[in-house]
Design a protein around this ligand. Structure first.
Ligand code: CP
Length: 318
């Protein structure tokens, strides 16, 4: 593996999931594969889990880590070809990426969407500019449209907790929020669930349809949350803003907050959320705080395993 931007970079998802489980059971097996190598973690937006889990994964493999908050600690980057840089931007991606490539053997990048210009966000202009100008592998720490390390950790968590021989029924259900959020986690969860063979059902209010590019292959997409929850094994709760009326929050009159009584429709399903979660807005306390239902901490723990697995795949080809 050279770059890790989406599930499309994974040649064999079953083999990758098996490798992750093996690494979890044998955490020291690759403890020197990264000796003498450096990863640079570049953040254009805040992070708790991605930052700490990727750092921890790199340390577990013997790597050095440099973390830069590009939005605060560095020069403001220019991405435009032929730009006359007489405004607020101080350094062009062409120089910056060349410099970073001399200091790092692998780069991780987080860059959220602006949620204003859909074409710009969905063309992944920031990620593609880094890809075009870096001479070392690039790992997504969440892009404008995808969050593959989160989704890989989610798939590991489902594999660990699914108790039947049949494929799991996984429901991705929209949740309320107070501000517009990206579609990245939901897009990514949909494409990883479908690629890993789960029965995926997506439930959301009218106006919150996701890009079909990522949901093609879902068993059902419905506006009826109760219909979706029927016999579910896993319920993934996530807010996202509108893709069609890009970045907007169309009014929702029904109550989409998940609680214990709605969960009675499921097959004693487990609750999942990528975090951070706004309690009693997105998800009720009674579900978050019930360890017999919630897999939220397990997902966060598996972020280390996901990052460690991807780093070994890239390091073995350096
Ligand atoms: N789930 C996740 O990516 O968390 P952070 O934004 O804290 O990294």
């Amino acid at each position: 593996m050279r770059n890790f931007i989406s599930v499309q970079n994974v040649p064999d998802i079953v083999a990758l999931l098996n490798k992750a489980i093996h690494i979890k059971q044998n955490p020291s097996e690759y403890s020197v594969i990264g000796k003498g190598k450096t990863i640079g973690l570049l953040f254009m937006n805040p992070s708790l889990r991605t930052r700490m889990s990727t750092q921890r994964a790199a340390y577990n493999l013997g790597m050095n880590v440099m973390t830069v908050n590009l939005d605060k600690d560095s020069w403001q980057l220019e991405f435009g070809d032929g730009a006359v840089m007489n405004g607020s931007t101080s350094e062009h991606i062409k120089e910056a990426a060349g410099v970073i490539s001399q200091y790092c053997d692998i780069v991780g990048l987080r860059s959220f969407p602006g949620l204003i210009d859909r074409e710009k966000d969905y063309n992944e202009e920031i990620f593609n500019a880094f890809l075009a100008n870096l001479s070392v592998p690039l790992i997504s720490l969440e892009s404008a449209t995808l969050h593959p390390l989160q989704s890989f950790a989610d798939m590991i968590t489902i594999k660990e907790h699914h108790r039947s021989e049949q494929r799991p029924k996984v429901v991705l259900t929209w949740a309320p929020h107070i501000k517009p959020l990206p579609q990245a986690v939901s897009n990514s969860f949909a494409e990883w669930s479908i690629a890993s063979g789960a029965e995926l059902v997506i439930a959301h209010p009218k106006g919150y349809e996701l890009d079909e590019k990522f949901t093609k292959g879902a068993s059902l997409i419905t506006h009826n949350q109760s219909e979706a929850l029927q016999d579910a094994d896993f319920v993934y709760v996530k807010n996202w803003s509108s893709y069609t009326d890009y970045g907007a929050m169309p009014e929702v009159k029904e109550n989409w907050l998940l609680n214990k009584s709605k969960m009675e429709l499921t097959k004693q399903a487990k609750i999942m959320h990528c975090l951070p979660v706004r309690r009693n807005v997105e998800l009720s306390d009674e579900l978050i705080d019930d360890p017999s239902v919630s897999l939220i901490q397990q997902q966060a723990g598996n972020r280390v395993i996901a990052a460690q697995t991807i780093l070994t795949e890239i390091l073995k080809e350096l």
